[in-house]
Design a protein around this ligand. Sequence first.
Ligand code: ATP
Ligand code: MG
Length: 439
Amino acid sequence: MNRVLILHYHEIWLKGGNRRFFLSRLMTAVKHALAGLPVQSLEHISDRLILSAQAQDALPEILERLGRVFGIAYIAVAEEVLPEMAALSRAACALMVGKNPPSFAVRAKIAVSNFGMNSMQVERELGRDVLQALRARSSGVRVNLDEPDATCSVEIIPGRGFVYVDRVPGPGGLPAATAGRLVTLLSGGFDSAVAAYKMMRRGAHSVFIHFHGSPRPARGSSASVAQEIVSALTPYQFTSRLYLIPFDSAQRQIVAAAPEKYRVLLYRRLMARMARQVAGAERALGLVTGDSVAQVASQTLHNLAALDHGLDLPVYRPLAGDDKEDILRLARRIGTYRISCEPFEDCCPRFMPRSPAICARPEELVRAEAGLELETLVTDGLEAASALDFKYERGQVSRQEAAPRKLEKLVARRKTAGAQAALRPELEAGPASRLSGGR
Ligand code: ATP
Ligand code: MG
């Protein structure tokens, strides 16, 4: 008997003309994820991927890596046999005797037209054999089709048969890089990392931005926490870029110029303004944040509506309806929980308001922003940005400094436009004053 992995994908995204596109992305993702491991063959046959390893002891690592390939619904660890009832029965009985469950069911999928039996007939016949084999050891065993303790699955494709009891859930979702790009505002906390994951799982490639202050020496730097999170998320999408933008000076200006109760909302609006520019440079189609409705004062429905006012780019909030418990559970599963637990500060506590606004209206925020040089703040933030590129290859994530040319060009354009705008009043003042002087 030969042990193989059968990778099943959800068929929902296979409808229509996009089938080939999604499947080729899935195949590429599987190959990329397994690079460096001893894979003997990977075949796409009858709506499943069948993978054989050169060495059985590589299977745990292969399974571990496949657990991060979006688009895989589940992976069956199967015994391959000849597609004949006698061989299938032998394998099914051996596997089920190994499990020895109190109740069981047999399920068959037949992807050949000339097998000679339909799936119900195969299930009934193999069920009878397995029951007999199990009863030889324990007389209380029964067949339970609704809630079996173990399910023996049989799959028949042209020339090959497979039998398995164990299946490992995959991450589901859609293959990486099938939906377009989004910019995630990543704080280092639990929520935004999980938010990024949820959108990545829908095929969106995430570009990350983190805004950082100067932490007190006793606390860790949020920028290194953000880097660790991006490192943990990169295996899901293979490459990532992280922009790090200093935010201290912008916060100071907001603290000096705006009413205290609006501070957090104004920080958030300024972050979104900068993120929008990065989205333009990165050809991203929207922003992602980790907001969860009413989790904290800045995330009431009123405040969220006010935050987005005037921002002409969609903001995705995939955790909007999630409880903190749901979010933490997912954070643990995807490997970011431990990183977000590290103590860090992304902003000086002195900059936080004592009593934040809970139901801000958009026009209140626009008024509160009136004393700020918003365009200059955005340009200065983008000019001070640094960037890192992350790459996942052969099971390892590496990172290196990036020089995002598009952002540099954007900053140069904004500075020229800013300088011209600053000159304009003088130019306009020149003739006008002469005119008035002539009067
Ligand atoms: P998180 O757990 O993601 O930090 P949170 O519930 O603590 O979220 P806030 O700190 O108010 O809530 O932040 C809400 C969202 O704003 C974050 O999920 C993130 O998308 C964005 N955000 C907040 N701070 C930063 C930051 N320093 N850099 C980038 N994005 C940020
Ligand atoms: Mg936070």
